[in-house]
Design a protein around this ligand. Structure first.
Ligand code: Q46
Length: 307
């Protein structure tokens, strides 16, 4: 098949909107879509200091690549979770991806910082639960300590659709009131945005291939059997039968999100007595899980030049 816009051979068949595109026109289409998402939801400003959270995987590699190409002022943060071979390998991918786009990369290693890797801590919480707490705390505190204006994550349309779907399945109305492509900053919480909000996982994979981004394919060993994967399978099945299901579901959710607003319980944040970050009790979840007695300073040390 030929590209819809030129005589070249098609690189991809898109299902929604249905069209064949050559490699060059697909790259243009994808970047335009990300640019429009940024403009439509007012995600980023040109003068903001942007911290992209990278994992070595395709989504964060693609979002940092596109933002750099669009001329945004980005730096990247990789969090090594200390999960054996998986973390060692993903760190290497993250380094190569940042080198490719000439973006500054900061690395925080959980084992060096906290004395144990994810999966090794003795706690009653499931591994993914305290891993999530750890990652969210580190990237927020890192951004806050170093004066970044905004945190970018690589969540794509499939992630968002399955997250909303899962929360509807469990009637987590609190979560349903607050999701979206932009989570505003407040106090010591730094603003978070998702520029890949309207592109599918399939499009992200195709874009990485089209521009030559190498990424970590292996999933985290703790991800096996995660319920979100079953939600993704269900949505993929529906998308195949009715192209456009995911984007219409997510856009419909954004239109109806206000219906859940009355479910928001006003919570009053205190300051964690250990680190001073927002906390619901005396200590924030991060300091509680890791049983910390002293705060961690994430400020980037100035480079000492030898000349
Ligand atoms: S939460 Fe769980 Fe992920 Fe952390 S332990 Fe691995 S699967 S990395 S997105």
């Amino acid at each position: 098949m030929k590209c819809k816009f030129c005589e070249k051979k098609a690189f991809i068949k898109l299902h929604y909107p249905k069209m064949y595109l050559c490699r060059e026109h697909f790259i243009e289409y994808f970047e335009r879509k990300v640019k429009r998402t940024i403009e439509k939801y007012k995600l980023l400003k040109r003068d903001e200091r942007i911290l992209v959270v990278v994992s070595g995987g395709k989504d964060s590699a693609v979002v940092s690549y596109v933002l750099k190409k669009l001329g945004y002022n980005i730096e990247c943060l990789y969090i090594n979770l200390g999960i054996g071979e998986y973390s060692a390998k993903s760190e290497e991918y993250a380094k190569k991806q940042c080198e490719m786009i000439n973006a500054k990369l900061h690395i925080v290693r959980v084992r060096e910082l906290l004395g144990a890797g994810i999966g090794e801590l003795k706690t009653s919480r499931p591994t993914c639960s305290y891993c999530g707490i750890t990652k969210r705390y580190i990237f927020n505190k890192f951004a806050y300590d170093n004066g970044f204006d905004v945190i970018v994550t690589g969540h794509n349309l499939d992630d968002e659709a399955s997250f909303i779907f899962g929360n509807i399945m469990n009637w987590n109305t609190q979560y349903l009131a607050k999701q979206g492509p932009l989570l505003p900053g407040e106090g010591k919480f730094v603003k978070k945005v998702k520029p890949l909000y309207e592109v599918t996982e399939r499009e992200v994979v195709a874009y990485a291939l089209a521009v030559g981004i190498d990424y970590m394919v292996e999933e985290c060993p703790h991800a096996r059997g995660a319920t979100t994967l079953s939600y993704k399978e269900i949505l993929n099945d529906m998308e195949e039968k009715r192209p456009g299901t995911k984007i219409n579901f997510v856009k419909g959710y954004l239109r109806k999100r206000h219906l859940f607003e009355q479910e928001i319980e006003e919570v009053e944040f205190k300051e964690c007595k250990v680190c001073g970050m927002p906390a619901l009790g005396e200590k924030c979840s991060f300091c509680k899980v890791w049983r910390l007695e002293k705060p961690i300073d994430f400020r980037i040390k100035p480079q000492i030049s030898s000349t």
